[in-house]
Design a protein around this ligand. Structure first.
Ligand code: ZN
Length: 151
């Protein structure tokens, strides 16, 4: 449980299990999604590790609407980072992405996520996602895709 205390707004993380290697919460972006943070101490962590290695800090099970976050990375994250991850992953769901996401689909999820965060007033989290996006894609790619996604 130690790592989680480094996150701001800790009170928003409720429903902690007795076993402190795993934390459940409703998504703070969209309550129809579940958020699960898995720490390395969790006995099935190794099963999830390969997905974290492939997708980064988090990934979504679109069938079950569950977003998994890698607890081993939590010390470096703020609450706004967590919001940014959730908004991006929910973007994959809303845009009906399946299987291994392409580079274009990752951009679409970023654009959708930034729009969602801004609409909800999470401007700091939107900035995190936006900074990352502009580091990975050209302005032309982003503008073209944004016109397609947010019409
Ligand atoms: Zn993604």
């Amino acid at each position: 449980m130690k790592n989680i205390f480094k996150i701001k707004n800790i009170s928003q993380f409720i429903n902690e299990s007795d076993d402190d290697s795993i934390i459940f919460s409703r998504s703070q972006i969209d309550k129809s999604f579940q958020l699960i943070i898995l720490y390395p101490e969790y006995d099935k962590y190794s099963l999830f590790k390969k997905f974290f290695d492939a997708h980064g800090l988090g990934f979504i099970d679109v069938r079950k609407k569950i977003i998994y976050i890698d607890g081993s990375q939590m010390e470096d994250l703020t609450f706004d980072h967590l919001l940014a991850i959730q908004a991006h992953e929910i973007g994959h769901y809303k845009l009906k992405h399946k299987g291994n996401y392409s580079r274009a689909q990752e951009l679409e999820a970023d654009i959708y996520g930034i729009d969602t965060l801004n609409r909800l007033g999470h401007t700091k989290a939107a900035e995190f996602l936006s900074d990352r996006m502009y580091g990975m894609y050209t302005k032309k790619e982003i503008d073209t895709k944004r016109d397609k996604i947010l019409k």
